[in-house]
Structure formats: C-alpha cells, structure tokens
Design a protein around this ligand. Structure first.
Ligand code: TRP
Length: 335
C-alpha cells in the first residue's frame, strides 16, 4: 500500500509584485516539495485586504499569481492550488480560533506592530487578526509542515500555540504544524540596505528585484547595489552585508554552493561580479515571465484550475471544520 504523504500548506498574498526574495523563500521551495508532500498552496487574498487594496488590481493579481506559480513549476495536477476566499471555511474557523486567542498576544506580534506603524490611519481589526486567519488556513488542512520565510516564524509559532490550546481545551483535533525555514537564501536582503530583508514594500524601489522586472532593470538594480569600500568578493554577512547578499542571490539562482560562488569571483572586481549576479537572476526570471504571459492568455484553463482547487480544498477543510464545530458544541442538525 502506498504510504500516506505528509500534508504541506503554504500561501502567498496577491499584493504588489513578488520579489526574488519571495521566489527563493517560498515558491521555488514549493516546487521542490510538491512530490514529497500532499500540498495545498493558497493565494491569500483575505490576508491581502488587511491593508488597502485597489479591488480591480487585487482581482487581476490573483490570476497573475496563479499563473506565476504554475510558470515557476507548481503542478496543478499534483497540488491543490486555490484562492483563499473561495473556501469559506477559512473565515469560519478563524472566528472560532479568535475565541481562544488573546488580544495581548496579537498586540505583541512584530508584523502587526510594524504594519500599524506603516499604516497608522488603518489599524483595522483584520490587521490584528491576521495571524489567527493564518492559523485557520494551516490548521484546516491538518498541515504537518509549513514552508515560509523567516519573517513568518512568529505567526507559525502562534499557530502552534493556538493548535495546542484548542487540543487541550477540547480534545486532540489539530495537527501541530512544523515550520520549514530554509537556511541558504531564506533571507534575501534589500540591495540598497542589505541589513534589511528584501521587501515588496521597501522604501527604495531599487532595493528589490521583482519577478516581473525586465532584463535591463535587473542588471541596473544589481549594478547599483550597495557594497563596501573593499574590493574582495567574500562571504561575510557581518562586515560585508551587501556583497554577501549578492553572493547569496548568485548562489541560489545558479544552484551553485556558496564556496563555488566565492571561488568563481576570486580576483574579480565588483563590477564583473554584479554583472554576473544580474545575468544569473535574468536567466531564471525571463523564461518564467514568458510562461506566465502564455498562461494568462488562457483564462479558461486558469479558472478551471481554481475551480478544481477550491473544491478539493473545501472537501478537506470542511471535514476539519465539522469536527471543530462538534467539539465547541455548535448545533449541526443531523450531520
Ligand atoms: N502571511 C503569509 C505571508 O505574507 C501568507 C500566508 C497566509 C501564509 N496564510 C498562510 C503562509 C498560511 C503560510 C501558511 O507570507
């Protein structure tokens, strides 16, 4: 008999353009993990509206993100690919989990504090509740593992706390998920401020390389990347954060080890080095962009993938939700 695979869950928000940090930290790992696990990959549009979105753009980006996943190699025949808002169980479970989550815990979340500072005019309940919705996402599918960027670690820890709390208060219901954090390349930093994570919302647009950037833009951004006053290409994140970040990018884009990468640039200047990094990034991104464009022209196909995905996700999610409703004492008719 075939052994039952472990369940993997992850999601990305359809906001802005994704950076190569998102690609390396999330999507690319998804492709590597899809045959090993039973995978659920969501487009987290309900998380997205915790900050202001342009509705038409949000809708458009949902399809773009789906096409991007598939273009990057995520196989819709092998994984469940779906849009979060198309499966109502997420909002439903989040409500129940809200009742065992404390306001104080949510106020202490780093990302909530950061976003509150950045969007002081819009500190809405959803923004504060974001980690609970994320916990609902993960727990609905009884996920064993959750590959995420290091910035999501705190959200994963609170998900585990919430799962354990529910299991203790009622009875064992949820699988307590483990985070998978990649070491190399898990953290790609800003090209203009290499002490900060590369972010889609960073201050300087030259600090991030977006998945949709054309070759000239990629090369220009790498060329302008902040380095240091030395001349040696060497990996030392503490004293040479800029160069080390570029080396990380080079290594993950080419699949070469850090040692190999460093050796390759021995005796070479920063100019040649930066050009090589840009070329390596473009070599990965351009074919993905072409495939994404081709897929976006086939709406019927993309809609089919999403409909099938939502149905499959619903089947799993509904099972968990029924169990939860039974445990908390919700009347469910004769079900
Ligand atoms: N908050 C995640 C991010 O911004 C996206 C996300 C939503 C997620 N739900 C999730 C990631 C569930 C992993 C599991 O990156």
């Amino acid at each position: 008999m075939e052994e039952k695979k472990k369940v993997l869950y992850s999601a990305v928000q359809p906001t802005n353009n994704l950076t190569i940090g998102n690609y390396v930290g999330a999507i690319r790992n998804w492709v590597q993990l899809q045959s090993e696990y039973d995978c659920y990959y969501a487009i987290a549009n309900m998380h997205a509206i915790t900050v202001k979105q342009e509705p038409a753009l949000l809708r458009q980006r949902t399809l773009e993100l789906l096409a991007l996943y598939i273009a990057c190699g995520v196989d819709p025949e092998q994984c469940v690919l779906y849009v979060q808002s198309q499966v109502p169980c997420h909002a439903e479970l989040a409500w129940v989990l809200n009742t065992i989550t404390y306001v104080g815990e949510m106020e202490r979340m780093t990302q909530f504090k950061d976003k509150s500072a950045r969007h002081a005019e819009n500190i809405n309940m959803g923004l504060m509740d974001y980690p609970v919705l994320m916990a609902a996402d993960i727990l609905l599918y009884q996920a064993d593992v959750v590959p995420v960027g290091l910035d999501q670690r705190q959200h994963l820890e609170i998900t585990r706390d919430i799962a354990v709390r529910f299991n203790n208060r009622y009875s064992p219901t949820f699988t307590v998920p483990e985070g998978i954090y990649r070491k190399v390349g898990a953290k790609i930093c800003d090209l203009q401020d290499p002490t900060k994570k590369m972010s889609k919302s960073g201050e300087d647009p030259n600090g991030a390389i977006f998945m949709g950037d054309d070759k000239d833009t990629i090369l220009r951004k790498c060329k302008r990347a902040v380095t240091d006053s030395e001349t040696e290409v060497r990996y030392d994140p503490d004293t040479k954060p800029g160069v080390s970040n570029l080396l990380s990018i080079y290594s993950v884009m080419t699949g070469k080890t850090m040692d190999e990468s460093v050796r390759e640039f021995a005796g070479k200047g920063y100019g040649d080095f930066k050009l090589a990094v840009g070329e390596a990034v473009a070599d990965v991104l351009i074919p993905i962009q072409q495939e994404q464009k081709r897929l976006l022209a086939d709406k019927a196909y993309l809609n089919g993938v999403l409909n099938r995905g939502a149905e499959a996700a619903f089947r799993t999610a509904r099972k968990t939700l029924s169990k939860v409703y039974r445990k908390v004492g919700f009347y469910q008719g004769d079900k």
